[in-house]
Design a protein around this ligand. Sequence first.
Ligand code: SPQ
Length: 441
Amino acid sequence: MSHHDNIIFQARPGGRLQGRVRVPGDKSISHRAIMLGALAEGTTTVTGFLEGEDSLATLQAFRDMGVDIDGPDAGRVVIHGVGMRGLRAPSAPLDLGNSGTAMRLMCGLLAGQGFDTTLVGDASLSSRPMKRVTDPLAQMGAVIDTTAGGTAPLRITGGKPLHGIDYRLPVASAQIKSCILLAGLYAEGRTCVTEPAPTRDHTERMLAGFGYRVERDGAIVCVEGGGSLRACDIDVPADISSAAFFMVGASIAEGSDITLEHVGINPTRTGIIEILRQMGADIEILDQTEVGGEPVADIRVRSSRLHGIEIPEALVPLAIDEFPVLFVAAACAEGTTVLRGAEELRVKESDRIQVMADGLAALGVDATATPDGMVIRGGRAYAGGRIDSHGDHRIAMAFAIAALRAGGDITIDDCANVNTSFPNFLELAGMAGLAVSQVAS
Ligand code: SPQ
């Protein structure tokens, strides 16, 4: 099915969420498992891999560079690593679809190879800012061409020697941090990145898991170039960003009681739990363990009466992908919710501030977009309506969840990209109690 087909979701109003659900594997960890497994010496077995279009694009890109990869088969992927210098020039541009993570991380990794590559993506990815990675990479000695607007296609000239830099991130971004660290593996000397605020640290944890020394001192993380990676097994936990839809759904729909199994609760990803708790949500963390250097737990959520809050800015990077569905929580919460310091939302798969404000307005919710966030006066009944997701998976799923409290059907256009991060969303949401289905386009 081509991405240009208008997949339409229709969600009927009402219902509640119940039972035990395991959402698919973490997208961020799945990408990184393919990348590091490919560059390792030996065979890496990944279980719980996300079979979504984004991580599959990364998998295909490494196959195109000569890496032998078996699967995925029910979340199991076996990567026959080629070592740090074993990738081969692809015969065509690498198509990374809708995935910012794939493009930005691979840009760093490929800047250090001995061959040229071109990275392309879909219309959304081709409009997202790439100078944020190509500028620091140029400081390291890389040669990468973008369009005049600083977007993909990215043309990476291989064979350029890289040297380590000390880089202070201008925005809190795990993708920029990871890009520079991955280039740093190929650089002469030491590469250090300073974060303005903590961002997801899966790259650092996984590098350490593959036996690569990563030094962390407060906000600074450093690697020394020239090392190697040792294959290891990776158990990918369920993605907290996908679990978030059910966490909000269960919170807002009366009579709900749902348990989300084996969810990654890395402290750089748990802003959703903290924000919902501050809004009055009933969330229990059960059976916490650690798998492959990542904390994992079951998360039980029961419905509760939410109230509006001022979202602490320090939590923004720790919940950055959860704001579409958090805005739905705010629409159902008594009182006003204010988000500030989240301008990054404007450069995701869509402008998530404007697209959410427009969608909420279509339902009659009192929501005002601001340059760096949103003000939502919640707690009043809202209607059904027709929503344009602008091809953004998280917007589409957020409005499906909104139906739990809507006065009528919510019809959502342009939902094909739900497959990038959560391919069985309709099935799992249906099993849990949300009346959502795909209707003829
Ligand atoms: O990969 P992509 O398209 O950038 O995906 C998103 C998402 O909502 O799925 C963002 F649009 O997640 C990013 C996240 O926002 C995944 C990510 C990572 O794996 O390192 C980091 C975050 O992006 P950033 O720009 O803040 O570093």
